[in-house]
Design a protein around this ligand. Structure first.
Ligand SMILES: N[C@@H](CCC(=O)N[C@@H](CS)C(=O)NCC(=O)O)C(=O)O
Length: 134
């Protein structure tokens, strides 16, 4: 209907370009999809420790190992094994400025990646206690 109106008022070529532009301008990118943003925020809010991870990532393994050795209960999601993994990763990029995994939150506070977690090893017991993760 919208295309027919455009076709008659603008002509076939301009109508096609205009219609396509309209379609793509309205399509939200995965990162801006409200459902993904809500899902990411819920994961952060509902878990004392949240690790956004990938199953094959050695940095993710090291981060989860340190958390386990520290006695922390943590939530982790493997972004390479879920359908919305890349949308979640984009949303995390918007939220934290970090586009790599692992992307770690303790007590709703953004810690960063594995190197950031390892650098906070000394403060980790207190951080985990304050967050209610141990
Ligand atoms: N310095 C970072 C390195 C993290 C990193 O390079 N992760 C890789 C996966 S092993 C990554 O996110 N690559 C981009 C991607 O998977 O999209 C850290 O310590 O966390």
């Amino acid at each position: 209907m919208a295309f027919t109106l455009l076709y008659h008022s603008l002509g076939p070529k301009t109508a096609t370009i205009s219609f396509l532009r309209h379609l793509f301008a309205r399509a939200p990118s995965p990162a801006t999809m409200p459902a993904t943003k809500t899902k990411v925020q819920d994961i952060i809010d509902e878990n004392p420790v949240a690790v956004f991870s990938k199953s094959y990532c050695p940095f993710c393994r090291a981060a989860k190992q340190l958390l386990s050795e520290s006695g922390a209960k943590f939530y982790s999601i493997e972004l390479d094994q879920v359908d919305d993994g890349s949308a979640i990763q984009s949303t995390l990029g918007e939220l934290t400025g970090q586009t790599t995994v692992p992307n770690i939150f303790i007590g709703q506070k953004h810690i960063g990646g594995n190197s950031d977690l390892q650098a906070q090893k000394g403060q980790l017991p207190n951080l985990l206690k304050d967050a209610g993760a141990v």
